[in-house]
Write a protein of this length. Structure first.
Length: 276
């Protein structure tokens, strides 16, 4: 079990793999066998990309949304970041009544573009048929970043977030405004491309991560998005924990679940004292 006295526990990219997520949360002591929250006042965050590629993205959405409500009733917290796959899903299935702000294309062309992008990145017809406006409205309000004590949580290992502001609040406000009615086609397209970039913090000395942390706060960056087995060239089943890199300034929690890697619920440890 995860030590629920840790300040925060986090889960990387789930990608529609509902059964492994359910089992991991049960083993960690957050839910019981009936998917009821038993974590009391514990804090759990998911780093985005709940959907696509795997078999039951809507099931994952339903579970996380339910646990978010249950945890709040017990003084706990379940948070979730906006991932690039949530963004693509949202763009392909705008909630009823949402309008597109069009500059250079017709509405049908814009919807076709977003739908093609979503399907090309693992979007599932089985999810599409079960999505409701409640799912989509919840997604549209997800934060892009979260600062939790010494840990700065983002979905993607990219510095593109800086294009929306130089504080966590400013970035989140900017992204939420972009996803509000009417949705700007060009802006959501730009945000999608920004959030699919990778490897911005890969240097051994951690300089890029440190600069990013100086801008937004925190002493250690936590992200998903880039599967650890692909980065390390190992079998997904060989992943046993998060990847700590960039001189200790960055932690990657994408275990490659949809590839066959484990679903890990990781307690975020105290930041080592040697990190300034």
């Amino acid at each position: 079990m995860v030590d629920l006295s840790e300040s925060v526990a986090a889960v990387g990219d789930v990608h529609g793999c509902l059964a492994p997520l359910r089992e991991a949360l049960y083993r960690a002591g957050f839910i019981d066998e009936r998917e009821r929250w038993i974590g009391e006042d514990a804090r759990l965050w998911l780093l985005g990309d709940l959907t696509d590629r795997g078999p039951d993205g809507v099931g994952v959405l339903d579970l996380v949304m339910s646990l978010q409500r249950q945890a709040a009733d017990h003084g706990g917290e379940v948070g979730c970041l906006l991932g690039n796959h949530e963004l693509m899903l949202l763009a392909a299935h705008l909630p009823g009544g949402r309008r597109l702000r069009l500059m250079h294309s017709g509405e049908d062309d814009a919807h076709a573009l977003f739908r093609e992008r979503w399907v090309g990145n693992g979007g599932q017809d089985a999810d599409s048929s079960r999505l409701t406006d409640a799912h989509l409205e919840w997604i549209s309000r997800l934060p892009a970043m979260a600062l939790l004590g010494d840990h700065l949580l983002v979905h993607a290992d990219t510095v593109g977030y800086q294009e929306f502001g130089d504080t966590v609040a400013a970035v989140n406000e900017g992204v939420t405004a972009l996803l509000s009615d009417p949705v700007d086609v060009e802006e959501i397209d730009r945000l999608t491309h920004l959030m699919t970039k990778r490897f911005a913090f890969a240097s051994d000395d951690g300089m890029a991560a440190r600069e990013f942390l100086r801008t937004f706060g925190g002493r250690q960056l936590v992200h998903g998005h880039s599967p650890i087995p692909l980065l390390l060239g190992i079998e997904p089943q060989a992943v046993t924990g998060p990847l700590v890199y960039a001189g200790g300034y960055a932690i990657n929690l994408d275990t490659g679940l949809f590839l066959g890697g484990p679903c890990l619920v990781c307690g975020l440890p105290s930041v080592p004292s040697e990190l300034p």
